[in-house]
Design a protein around this ligand. Structure first.
Ligand code: HEC
Ligand code: HEC
Length: 290
């Protein structure tokens, strides 16, 4: 048998190789192999042209795109150094100086949004507007004071937390603990409602409100103040504004006065670094805008 013979069964040419009567067919290389060979060669060629490729003694072909890994690394190092300096500035400068620097505040907003989303949003909401039981941080009503130092302290030690210096928030359970009877509670609730809505004072509940005022003066002013404007010393909220933690409807206020409230906020001193807490303080103060 010689090259050029045909296989009688398949009609294919034979290569002329034979092993123990087994003859090898001369099947052509599949088209798909040629195709990919072509594509790879083309890719290699385009790659040489565009990217750094061939060594030429002391230099090399730079490629049309001019990409240079060393340049990329250098840029990353510069960027990392810039990142470091902005957190250093946060650590060193005082609140007023940072707040006055628009570029630095931009960084605070970016980093703050992530920190807030990861740690605070579960309770205070993604936009910091709170919800029933969780105060709105974007309004101007502060339980514990709205200076940077006060906010930073609240975040550091928490409220009713396990931190030794925690802020302690105690709204007493006047009804449940039998300091006031049901009528007295209902009256003082009516009075509290009239604080933020003075029109009620001349309405049908006039008498209850008058009676409630006396109850308030005897039981509530020590924390909420004679005019109901609250105190940041004990975290007692201003009852005369329209902001409510637990709700300003009659039932919610009744529940508050009857059963008391002890808001809980974790301490962050051990969980977040000083810089992170400072960023959050600035972020929280920035939430309500100027
Ligand atoms: C487990 C829920 C919870 C988490 C998580 C939480 N808080 Fe609070 N936060 C509260 C509650 C409840 C209060 C109000 C407590 C009270 O009634 O006095 C509060 C109060 C505050 C206050 C005081 C508001 C004021 O009016 O004085 C600030 C500031 C604050 N939180 C910031 C933060 C920041 C920043 C984070 C994230 C690092 C955070 N909180 C995480 C529950 C939470
Ligand atoms: C020992 C101090 C103290 C006394 C006394 C006190 N409160 Fe409070 N009150 C607080 C504190 C602190 C809070 C905030 C509780 C919290 O959020 O954890 C509060 C919250 C409230 C709230 C909820 C406000 C909101 O935004 O939802 C109402 C209403 C209220 N008090 C009414 C009263 C009335 C009425 C009395 C008198 C019968 C009274 N309080 C006496 C400390 C006090």
């Amino acid at each position: 048998m010689s090259v050029g013979d045909y296989d009688p069964y398949t009609g294919q040419r034979l290569t002329g190789h034979e092993w123990n009567g087994i003859k090898e067919l001369n099947t052509p290389v599949p088209k798909v192999v040629w195709f990919f060979l072509g594509v790879t060669a083309l890719f290699a060629f385009v790659y040489w042209v565009l990217m750094p490729a061939w060594p030429l003694g002391v230099t090399y072909t730079k490629g049309l795109l001019g990409l240079d890994e060393r340049e990329i690394v250098r840029e990353k190092v510069v960027e990392a150094a810039r990142q470091r300096t902005w957190t250093q500035r946060i650590a060193q400068e005082d609140y007023a100086a940072i707040q006055a620097d628009a570029e630095l505040m931009q960084k605070v907003r970016q980093a703050g949004r992530t920190l807030f989303g990861d740690n605070c949003a579960v309770c205070h909401g993604t936009s910091g507007k709170g919800g029933p039981g969780y105060p709105n941080l974007a309004d101007k009503a502060w339980l514990w004071g709205g200076t940077p130092e006060a906010v930073a302290e609240t975040i550091r030690v928490g409220i009713n937390s396990d931190h030794p210096q925690t802020r302690t928030s105690q709204m007493l359970a006047f009804g449940r603990d039998q300091m006031l009877d049901r009528t007295a509670v209902l009256n003082v609730v009516a009075y509290v409602q009239s604080l933020s809505n003075p029109a009620l004072a001349n309405g049908p509940e006039k008498d209850a409100i008058t009676a409630g005022k006396a109850v308030f003066e005897a039981n509530c002013v020590s924390c909420h103040g004679p005019d109901g404007k609250g105190s940041t010393e004990v975290g007692a909220p201003d009852l005369t504004d329209g902001f409510w933690i637990y709700g300003g409807d009659r039932q919610s206020i009744f529940d508050t006065v009857w059963g008391g409230r002890q808001g809980y906020m974790p301490a962050w001193e051990k969980r977040l670094s000083d810089v992170d807490r400072k960023i959050l303080t600035l972020y929280v103060l920035d939430l309500g805008g100027k």
